[in-house]
Design a protein around this ligand. Structure first.
Ligand code: GLV
Length: 387
């Protein structure tokens, strides 16, 4: 087994182990993938201020996200089809997160159901909601998340319709994979994945199949979203969903200061500055680039989190220093999960933690909660001068 020292080290193993359609699903942005690429390349433009002769003893990465203690401010993002990256993937990722002391967010479009994850974990996790046209089904989903003891609802606002990811269409993405000559050829080289999948009963969208009425084939994410997701989701509906849920609410997919103000007005507990990992509006700015403008607009009114582009502890530090209170990793844990199951997710978290801790120390800081703009060197034109 190769020595894994960075998140990128998982990728070749992940690629070898997991069927192409699921690797491609995770590794895609929409259309030209400009936003997907810039989510990471914009992090690289920010540099760090090295400081010396500072006592580095007693460092801590502990903090809170929406009032919950976290070992480091890095939550696992909701990722659709996680249970196709590895058998029982959501349960494994949730257990790794729980052991590490960071939040796990279960996607509506997960393979393992809310109840399944609750049964196999002992701490509350967060539930991500996609709003469907069928109000009864949405109400039932919310109730299921309450019954499972979820401690926050993460309401995604940037996916009323699905951004086009070319590879998913070309690969004929479904869960489970439909057997065609191309998928069979691919699966023949992914026998370990196949053997593990055969040993679990969780191979369909667990929150949907058997729960949503009149669903005969929910295997295709693109058809399901096109038919079922609510294109009329607006701020009035968000306010209603907040009432319905009644608990901590995180609004995900905010990329504009005006929308951030709306989210704060509605009384969200946190907002996630996110462009959905570059999977929705291609051509949108990277999350890290818009973060400062959103912190300026609502930093004193609502807790701000950042998602999209985080692949290292240095990225985490940069986001925190620019004013985020928490961050999310999606692909970074998915690579680990696909490559090595639960152990891979734990290793991904350990890598990010080590990078965050060492970087913080070399920037002359001991406490992640005190990170501020002072530890960074940000190019003057970083945010861009857009008209
Ligand atoms: C959402 O589920 C996505 O595929 O981005």
């Amino acid at each position: 087994m190769p020595v894994i020292t960075t998140i990128d080290d998982f990728k070749p193993i992940y690629r070898r182990r997991v069927p192409k359609m699921f690797y491609d699903y995770a590794e895609s942005g929409s259309w030209t993938e400009q936003t997907f690429r810039e989510n990471t390349s914009d992090f690289d433009k920010i540099r760090l201020r090295q400081r010396v002769a500072v006592d580095m003893e007693g460092r801590t990465t502990e903090s809170t996200m929406i009032g919950e203690p976290v070992a480091m401010p890095v939550a696992l993002a909701p990722v659709g089809l996680t249970g196709m990256q590895h058998a029982d993937g959501e349960i494994k990722a949730a257990r790794a997160a729980e052991k590490f002391g960071v939040p796990f967010t279960l996607s509506t479009m997960s393979i393992c159901s809310i109840e399944d994850v609750a049964t196999h974990t002992s701490k509350p996790f967060w539930f991500q909601l996609y709003v469907m046209r069928d109000e009864e089904y949405v109400a039932a989903l919310i109730q299921r998340a309450k019954d499972a003891g979820c401690s926050a609802m993460v309401l995604t606002l940037d996916l009323q319709i699905l951004g086009q990811r070319h590879k998913d269409l070309k690969n004929g993405l479904t869960a489970p994979p439909k057997l065609t000559p191309a998928t069979m050829l691919d699966l023949a080289t992914k026998w370990r994945w196949g053997m593990e999948m055969l040993q679990t009963k969780r191979r369909k969208f667990g929150n949907i199949v058997g729960h949503a009425k009149g669903v005969t084939d929910a295997s295709s994410l693109s058809s399901w979203t096109a038919e079922q997701f609510d294109p009329q989701l607006d701020w009035a509906k968000v306010a209603k969903l907040k009432e319905q849920w009644g608990g901590k609410l995180i609004l995900k997919g905010i990329l504009d200061a005006d929308d951030a103000r709306k989210a704060a007005e509605i009384g969200a507990d946190a907002i996630v500055v996110s462009n959905h990992g570059g999977r929705q509006l291609d051509g949108a700015l990277s999350s890290i680039r818009v973060l400062p403008s959103i912190v300026d607009a609502v930093g004193d009114k609502v807790e701000i989190h950042l998602d999209s582009g985080i692949r290292s502890g240095q990225d985490v530090l940069k986001a925190l220093a620019l004013g985020a209170k928490g961050t999310y990793i999606g692909r970074a844990f998915t690579y680990g999960l696909g490559a090595m199951g639960q152990r891979g997710v734990t290793t991904a978290l350990e890598i990010i933690h080590r990078e965050l801790d060492t970087t913080m120390a070399l920037c002359g800081r001991k406490d992640v909660k005190t990170l501020d703009r002072d530890v960074l060197l940000v190019p003057k034109d970083f945010e861009g001068d857009w008209a």
